[in-house]
Design a protein around this ligand. Structure first.
Ligand SMILES: [Zn+2]
Ligand SMILES: [Zn+2]
Length: 158
């Protein structure tokens, strides 16, 4: 698909609001799906605005809310991209590129690796609770912060 056929920010937003009246689309600093309030936070100046909009709608359509283990978050991300690419892209004439998807999933993989690496010996630990990891090599346990769907960029710097 030619990139020049991509819809403008406003026209895409207008269509999404009309097609999904139950979802609130709220301008914010970064993209985020807030299941509790049925709200999609959108970053109007994001360079992948259209793709990310469809990705968030993917989370909404799949009714993503919670996850227990960090690795589950990656599955949620992948599934939301799958919906964006296979179901929504053609409807809204948005080119959901493999690169954007890969970059996004890489961010989550880097984040997961950083969280799961033992602070003492750098071996990869296992997640024992929602906010706790344990190293099988040296028995160290460590706590990790909460992370919410799609808002990782607020928490990690690469
Ligand atoms: Zn260790
Ligand atoms: Zn997401």
């Amino acid at each position: 698909m030619d990139v020049t056929t991509m819809p403008s920010t406003n026209s895409l937003l207008e269509r999404l609001r009309k097609d999904f009246p139950a979802i609130n689309f709220v301008p914010d600093e970064s993209f985020e799906w807030d299941a509790k309030n049925n709200t999609i936070h959108i970053a109007l100046d994001d360079e992948h605005f259209a793709e990310r909009c469809l990705h968030e709608v993917g989370h909404a359509l799949l009714k993503h809310s919670n996850y227990d283990k960090d690795i589950d978050l990656i599955a949620l991300e992948r599934d939301a991209w799958e919906v964006a690419k296979t179901k929504l892209a053609s409807i809204y004439s948005v080119d959901v590129s493999a690169d954007t998807i890969q970059d996004d999933l890489d961010t989550y993989r880097d984040w997961l690796h950083a969280r799961s690496s033992c602070p003492e010996c750098t071996a990869v630990g296992i997640q024992t609770k929602k906010h706790e990891y344990r190293c099988l090599a040296c028995r160290t346990t460590w706590r990790v912060n909460d992370a919410r769907v799609c808002s990782l960029r607020r928490y990690i710097t690469t």
